[in-house]
Design a protein around this ligand. Structure first.
Ligand SMILES: CC(C)(COP(=O)(O)OP(=O)(O)OC[C@H]1O[C@@H](n2cnc3c(N)ncnc32)[C@H](O)[C@@H]1OP(=O)(O)O)[C@@H](O)C(=O)NCCC(=O)NCCS
Length: 168
């Protein structure tokens, strides 16, 4: 499945084996890692990227996409889960932040995930400091459903998380 956006340069498409080099280039960045759970490694090595691409090419009931900008994978976006509620997430290489790309990605992913019939509800847990991601979620119609102080360990530190949801 390929999800197009209003910008012809931007789409969400299946992961390809030849994405490894570009996602290492964009993902091996402490500023990206700092806003994701520890499931996203740092340093982010070619072996990490290859393992991710192998997993993401057989996603089961999850929807996992490379964020493609002008032919290059610059990040990832997906909904993971096997039941009615999917975990909604995304990241972009830092060079692409602040241009409205995250908002377009989240719109496309939310619409496709709810239209797919696989998920009735989407949940996005966000570190409380992540204003950009919170704004993205608010702009695409998620609402805050929970705040959980000191509930997730990041780099050995307990961090506050807020959860946004869309759907039923
Ligand atoms: C979160 C992320 C995807 C946002 O993507 P983006 O393309 O930079 O976001 P946009 O340009 O669409 O901006 C969305 C909104 O956030 C605001 N914003 C962007 N960066 C911001 C920042 N550093 N601080 C505060 N607001 C910010 C924008 O102004 C915009 O709001 P507005 O339209 O009201 O002005 C990107 O920063 C990223 O990949 N971060 C690292 C990984 C991550 O945090 N993933 C999400 C985990 S829950």
């Amino acid at each position: 499945m390929i999800l197009t956006t209003e910008d012809a340069r931007l789409s969400l498409r299946p992961w390809r084996i030849d994405d490894v080099a570009s996602i290492v280039r964009h993902g091996n960045d402490r500023a990206v890692w700092a806003n994701l759970t520890d499931a996203f490694p740092h340093p982010y090595t070619p072996a990490d990227a290859a393992a991710w691409v192998a997993f993401a090419r057989a996603p089961g009931d999850s929807l996992l996409f490379a964020v493609d900008w002008a032919g290059e994978a610059i990040g990832g976006a997906g909904v993971m889960g096997e039941g009615a509620t999917g975990q909604f997430g995304y990241w972009l290489g830092q060079a692409y932040w602040g241009r409205g790309i995250g908002t377009k990605v989240a719109w496309a992913l939310k619409a496709a995930a709810l239209a797919s019939g696989r998920f009735r509800r989407l949940e996005a847990p966000v570190f409380a400091w992540n204003t950009a991601s919170i704004r993205v979620l608010e702009k695409v119609g998620f609402t805050r459903v929970a705040g959980a102080p000191r509930s997730v360990t990041k780099a050995g530190r307990l961090c506050d998380v807020v959860t946004y949801a869309a759907g039923f």
